[in-house]
Design a protein around this ligand. Structure first.
Ligand SMILES: NC(=O)C1=CN([C@@H]2O[C@H](COP(=O)(O)OP(=O)(O)OC[C@H]3O[C@@H](n4cnc5c(N)ncnc54)[C@H](O)[C@@H]3O)[C@@H](O)[C@H]2O)[C@@H](O)CC1
Ligand SMILES: [K+]
Length: 481
């Protein structure tokens, strides 16, 4: 499990560690790690380290200090180093003298205008944890014209550390070396796509950090939670999933949602709705009926995809919410809940609910997402006493207690019609298997994305093939776990 802390929590932990360490030791440790990564990048990209040239972009604070110290360490390995100072009066004094002592060259941004042409690598020490807004014009001009790959110190400058928002010019790094802990920007779109490979360096903060603000599931976390049939299981004991989705207008949504459920878990899937014939034709093993009243008992309901918003759909959502079992409400179910607040009254108190809106559905339900996706989703989860999964390039999942998962891969294969229906079916299967709603949603996001990647294999892929790749995604997890 990857753990993520907000910058204020990281700063608080840093203060504790700084108070008991020798002045400057933490920075030198961080900077040394930057120099090691820089040397490795030079070797990988140019074949050697000695004799190569690194340019440091140095801002007004400790982030620039890290870059200057990293430059001093690189000098000891025979690397030519030029520091370009963006705020000469505020450049980290000890870092600056260390670089000068080591034989580094120091120039002013206003004098050079461009990153020196001999650069094999650029180190971005413009701004770190204190970053606010995009790059200022002088830094933006330098970064825009740099042709060498960029190694970011702590984070790519210009992105917002806590929200991952990119509201102006920003560095796009080939790699980022970060210290102590991952910060939200490393896992939140769009900032995460500016980081390149992120390398976390231990500087002794973990014991002071406490519970993380956000978590990211690893394959092993998903593998240990996915339900597999045990020797004593029969088709009922593994949890029966009910699908109340699709209809005569959107029978495909019924099929895709059912596919997600059927392929995620053994046991039984029931379907209730007017697409029963189409579902039965695709999945003969599904017990398909025309109405909810005939559906029989289930351990979780999936509702919403392709349901429409007419009065029949509203009744379906009402009945499902009143069934007393966990519910995943997607698409039209979210729209109906937003448009008819009385529907909330149907909900059996205390039964788990997972809401899976995309941004427009989220806006109908809880207002504009804004720049701070984690804050918006956490507030909605509290307000509706539900797990809320906000789809997007980074999927954010929160529960009412403030636990947050983020799923980010930088790939966009799942962005295709019907893909959300498949995700709903996966979540329903995991809920029916008894997995806690937060984990059901987070594991489903992971599995869905993995299935999409496998199905795509480098080319665009439709939702039905994403569903078909779910078994391969599960097998892959079992092999790697
Ligand atoms: N506290 C510590 O002991 C350690 C800090 N470390 C480094 O220190 C960094 C934080 O340093 P600071 O708190 O000095 O702050 P920064 O170096 O992040 O920022 C310096 C100044 O830049 C200005 N600024 C804000 N947004 C800007 C923008 N978009 N463009 C240009 N300038 C902007 C602000 O006025 C800020 O005071 C971390 O990111 C990390 O790199 C590491 O050395 C590890 C140890
Ligand atoms: K930086």
């Amino acid at each position: 499990m990857r753990e993520v802390w907000t910058t204020s929590r990281i700063r608080a932990a840093e203060d504790v560690v700084l108070a008991r360490t020798q002045s400057g030791a933490l920075m030198r440790r961080a900077a040394f790690a930057v120099s090691v990564r820089a040397a490795r990048m030079l070797r990988e990209r140019t074949g050697r380290v000695t004799g190569r040239h690194v340019v440091l972009l140095v801002g007004a604070g400790n982030n620039g200090g890290d870059a200057l110290w990293a430059g001093a360490f690189l000098r000891r390995r025979g690397v030519g180093v030029t520091a370009v100072l963006l705020a000469p009066d505020k450049a980290h004094p000890e870092g600056l003298s260390a670089l000068r002592r080591a034989g580094g060259r120091v120039v002013l941004a206003q004098d050079v205008g461009d990153v020196p042409a001999e650069a094999d690598l650029v180190i971005d020490g413009i701004v770190g944890l204190a970053a606010r807004g995009g790059l200022r014009p002088d830094a933006a001009a330098l970064v825009e014209r740099a042709t060498a790959p960029i190694l970011a110190v702590d984070l790519p400058s210009g992105v917002d550390p806590d929200t991952g928002a990119v509201t102006g010019p920003a560095v796009t790094a080939a790699a980022t070396v970060t210290f102590g802990a991952y910060k939200p920007l490393h896992v939140l779109h769009p900032a995460a796509s500016h980081c390149g490979d992120v390398h976390l360096i231990d500087i002794g903060l973990r014991p002071e950090l406490g519970e993380p603000d956000t978590r990211v599931l690893d394959p092993d976390d998903v593998a240990t939670r996915l339900p597999l049939p045990r020797p004593a299981d029969d088709k009922y004991t593994q949890g029966v999933v009910g699908i109340a989705a699709g209809g005569s207008t959107y029978p495909g949504a019924a099929v895709l949602t059912t596919s997600g459920a059927v392929l995620t878990k053994s046991g039984m899937v029931r379907y209730a709705g007017s697409a029963a014939d189409v579902v039965r034709a695709r999945w003969p093993e599904v017990i398909a009926t025309g109405s909810l009243s005939d559906a029989g008992r289930v351990q979780a309901w999936v509702t919403g995809p392709g349901l429409g918003t007419a009065s029949g759909a509203r009744e379906t959502v009402r009945e499902v919410l009143a069934a007393g079992v966990p519910v995943i409400a997607d698409a039209d179910a979210v729209n109906l809940l937003a448009a008819h607040p009385d529907l909330w009254d149907a909900r059996e108190p205390g039964t788990p609910l997972v809401l899976t809106p995309h941004e427009r559905e989220f806006a109908r339900l809880a207002g504009d997402v804004g720049h701070d996706r984690v804050a918006a989703v956490t507030a909605a989860a509290k307000r509706y006493n539900a797990v809320v999964l906000l789809k997007g390039h980074s999927t954010v999942i929160a529960d009412p207690k403030g636990h947050v998962f983020v799923h980010y891969t930088g790939r966009a294969w799942p962005a295709t019609a019907g893909s959300g229906d498949v995700l709903s079916g996966i979540i329903g299967a995991l809920l029916a298997a008894g997995i806690a709603p937060l984990y059901a949603a987070a594991c489903a996001a992971w599995l869905h994305d993995s299935a999409a990647t496998i199905a795509a294999s480098g080319a665009p892929v439709p939702a039905s093939l994403i569903a078909e790749a779910i078994p391969a995604a599960i097998r892959g997890l079992r092999v790697s776990a």
